[in-house]
Design a protein around this ligand. Structure first.
Ligand code: SF4
Length: 387
């Protein structure tokens, strides 16, 4: 006997279910209730309604490589385990030759996206960033370059003594295709002051987002959760993103990022639980009615949680991800093998009962012919998932 949806969500969440079924926007109070109700199953159930309405059973993924070009940083964010410090990771700064070499490591692997972010290293000149983007485009013609968080953009512009608009225009001319989001963590003055006061604030972050939208640059959005933020601050963050998306329409995806306290100044915190991870995926899906995609970043969420998240609102499992270094635990910085093979990505999605669909960075579905023709024309054809 099929269960009555109203029984699944119960009395308390019934008004929200009715809004979800009618496609109505949820309020701040709805968002806070979704964050606090013990009935996580109901939250996931409602998020799945929206997910399946938008995408059916499809789950998108991309073939990407991450390049973190320097870990030298003068911002000292308390939640960060990536930047070089005494007793932590040793400092490094990649030359353009080293970046080229990194790209060469994967020359026999099909990639459609290079994702580049790094620390705020005041020794790097403006020209370095332009050359960095050009180097990637020359080494892997046809890839989509997704690079630089808003804090990097502000600092690169400062380094070049140009406006943010001019800096973005120069980077676009060099080959930049989109901004990865990030750089603000939570749009809250309180959290900003306590955890990352040296970085740009919420208004500056929005200024960069608006400048990017004006130039036609697509952007991704994130929320770092599971540190000192409150449920209200999480919901306020989402509502601010929703308002910005109403205004600009340039955000492609929302990725809630699960905080890893190990090797950070907040290592005494417990960090998010599986409940937190699934709930944040689901709350993002329900609150961000004007975002097409919600991503579960498997490196932070783990593969098992990502599989479950595909029934809690997520329709994107990120990518094959070569060499991600941002959340490495203490003592593990030498290991750069955080990647899934194509076959494992497909299996992860299929095991979860969803349909794997390979996409490019702008969510166009990629055919084997397109991939083989544009990305690795001299190499043998690739196996592809069927949607
Ligand atoms: Fe630097 Fe970014 Fe880490 Fe902050 S989060 S310390 S800006 S690398």
């Amino acid at each position: 006997m099929a269960l009555d949806p109203h029984q699944i969500v119960g009395e308390e969440l019934l008004p929200i279910l009715k809004k979800v079924e009618a496609g109505e926007r949820l309020s701040r109070e709805d968002g806070i209730l979704l964050c606090t109700t013990p009935n996580l199953t109901a939250v996931g159930y409602m998020a799945n309604i929206v997910r399946e309405r938008k995408h059916g059973g499809k789950t998108y993924f991309v073939r990407n490589q991450h390049i973190n070009y320097t870990n030298i940083c003068n911002k000292f964010c308390k939640f960060c385990s990536f930047y070089a410090k005494k007793g932590g990771p040793a400092p490094y700064q990649m030359t353009l030759e080293e970046v080229k070499h990194r790209l060469e490591w994967h020359r026999d692997v099909a990639l459609t996206e290079i994702h580049m972010v790094g620390g705020i290293n005041p020794r790097l000149p403006y020209s370095y960033y332009l050359d960095l983007v050009r180097t990637v485009k020359e080494a892997r013609p046809g890839v989509h370059v997704k690079a630089f968080t808003a804090v990097e953009i502000v600092e690169i512009a400062r380094q070049g003594k140009v406006t943010v608009d001019q800096c973005l225009a120069d980077l676009i001319e060099a080959g930049l295709d989109s901004l990865p989001g990030g750089g603000i963590e939570i749009l809250s003055d309180r959290v900003h002051a306590e955890l990352f006061g040296k970085k740009l604030n919420g208004e500056e972050w929005k200024m960069v987002a608006r400048a990017a939208a004006k130039l036609g640059l697509k952007q991704y959005a994130t929320m770092l959760y599971g540190h000192i933020e409150t449920d209200e601050e999480r919901v306020d963050h989402l509502i601010q993103l929703r308002e910005l998306q109403d205004e600009t329409g340039h955000f492609l995806t929302m990725t809630p990022l699960s905080f890893h306290p190990e090797a950070t100044e907040l290592s005494d915190l417990a960090g998010p639980t599986g409940d937190d991870d699934l709930r944040n995926i689901a709350v993002c899906r329900l609150m961000l009615d004007n975002f097409d995609h919600i991503k579960s970043f498997w490196i932070m969420n783990t593969v098992p949680i990502t599989q479950m998240s595909l029934w809690y609102g997520a329709d994107d499992a990120d990518g094959l991800v070569h060499e991600y270094e941002i959340t490495y635990k203490s003592g593990e910085f030498g290991n750069k093998s955080q990647s899934l093979t194509y076959e494992n990505m497909v299996r992860m999605i299929e095991e979860a009962g969803r349909i794997p669909v390979e996409r490019d960075s702008l969510y166009r579905e990629i055919t084997p012919e397109e991939l083989n023709a544009t990305i690795r024309p001299k190499l043998s054809p690739l196996p592809m998932a069927t949607a």
